[in-house]
Design a binder for this molecule. Sequence first.
Ligand code: PBG
Length: 324
Amino acid sequence: MTPTVRPRRLRATPAMRGLAAETRVHPRDLILPMFVREGIDAPLPIGSMPGVVQHTLDSLRGAVAEAAAAGIGGVMLFGIPAVRDARGSAADDPAGILNVATAAVRAEAGDALVVQTDLCLDEFTDHGHCGVLTADAAAVDNDATLDRYRAMAVAQAEAGSELLGLSGMMDGQVAAVREALDDAGHPDTALLAYSAKYASAFYGPFREAVDSQLTGDRKGYQMDPANRREGLREAELDVIEGADIVMVKPAMSYLDVLADVSAVSPVPVWAYQVSGEAAMIEAAAQNGWIDRRRAIEESVLGIKRAGADAILSYFATELAGWLR
Ligand code: PBG
């Protein structure tokens, strides 16, 4: 039998493949997560994240300028304070590292890209949890944590953050932060809700990146990897509470959840290719087992194809350079 239907016709040349491509990644779709550490004189490499560093304020500014020149859509800032305590006091201190860095980056970046900040307490607490603990220290106290997030949100908005990344997985965090911002005169500060954020092994290298003090796990507040339907529920709640963008995280092991959310979401849907996902690619490439560039391009394309409108990726600046 001779086939009359031949899908290979559209694969014959690079030009034909380019025209037939259903999905394209644009530099503007990419957001670079960045770490800034208080009290260091030179950038510090992160062993489990080749090419990623803990920045000084100066090196952060330089890397943001480079990201802007590559044309990416935004940066997401994480701060590592010199001093931590039980309530994460440095998080809402205007002189705290994340807030100081935000102001510096905003001055550097102008309107070239969107300056975003992680709104979570884990980098700031001495116990490493994403919120404050209950009196017996047995759990994270949801509602007491919301008060901390309110203060943190106002401090970040005042420092110049344009989009707050709510990554703590506390119930009611989007509504609480929205109300606090509106009451403080920041109605235009936007909210990115990490809606379907799973308790994942793939955050491993990140814990090194922020010198995490965590001893237990986050299963009492982050989602169970077994749950797909619940991802939709979380996204729906966040939209009702006022999220401007919802997110699925990690990305590569949760493409089903991403596709589900993107099929019904009335707001943009983003995904986070997390530290462990990047580390797997780097490690395999270092061993000569996969082609690094092709693996990066394919992984990000796959996340976009599954339904992400934009992607947080440690490869953002480098990938944007290849795409141009
Ligand atoms: C919480 C936060 C985490 C990550 C982003 N925001 C850590 C966690 O939930 O344990 C992980 C990102 C990554 O692994 O790249 N502030």
